[in-house]
Write a protein that binds this ligand. Structure first.
Ligand code: GLN
Length: 190
């Protein structure tokens, strides 16, 4: 599989490492030409407003949107999840706006900006996976066709809609490869 990683900012090299560790090819997506050959796309964390501006400036925004609407699998981690959401609390405008979810940015507040938890997500792995949250959003509303994959302390932090996966946390910042395996399996099932 050729898995694209949006390479604007955030945990790009970490995602690339995990894809390659699983024996697949990672493609850095920086401009409209890079998007043509990929079987799936990862939108890493970072700052969603900054990433979104560059997406618009490079013309990648519409192209990515079109490919997602055509069924290309996509996985947004943290800021990537915010980019996918159709609704962002207290903001007028969404970014790619392809997933029927409402998100709250920086939802954990300043005291617990960053934390990690080991939890079992059965459909991903029967062993506990470390979940790393960094100034993370969580999901406060889901539409029809969105399935909750995991909650932490009652808050929705991982969802799937068709071939779109969104997680509040960063599996690329741990040594664990299970979430990347799970997403690549989604890409292989086309
Ligand atoms: N707080 C960032 C945002 O709102 C997301 C943080 C992250 O991706 N780790 O875009």
């Amino acid at each position: 599989m050729k898995i694209g990683v949006l390479s604007i900012q955030g945990g790009v090299s970490e995602h690339i490492h995990h894809i390659e560790a699983l024996g697949h090819e990672a493609i850095k997506v920086k401009n409209v030409y890079d998007i043509k050959c990929i079987d799936g796309l990862i939108l890493p964390g970072g700052e969603s407003t900054a990433i979104s501006k560059i997406l618009r400036d490079t013309g990648l925004e519409n192209l990515i949107k079109d490919r997602i609407n055509d069924g290309m699998p996509v996985w947004g981690t943290c800021a990537g999840m915010i980019l996918l959401a159709k609704e962002i609390e207290n903001e007028d405008k969404a970014h790619l706006a392809v997933m029927d979810i409402k998100v709250r940015r920086n939802a954990y507040g300043s005291q617990v900006d960053s934390f990690s938890k080991d939890e079992v997500i059965e459909e991903v792995s029967d062993k506990a996976i470390p979940l790393v949250f960094i100034r993370a959003p969580y999901i406060t509303g889901i539409g029809e066709g969105v399935r909750v994959v995991h909650k932490v302390d009652g808050n929705v932090v991982a969802v799937i809609q068709k071939k779109m996966l969104a997680t509040s946390f960063h599996p690329e910042l741990t040594k664990n490869l299970e979430f990347h395996k799970y997403f690549i399996n989604m890409c292989m099932k086309l």
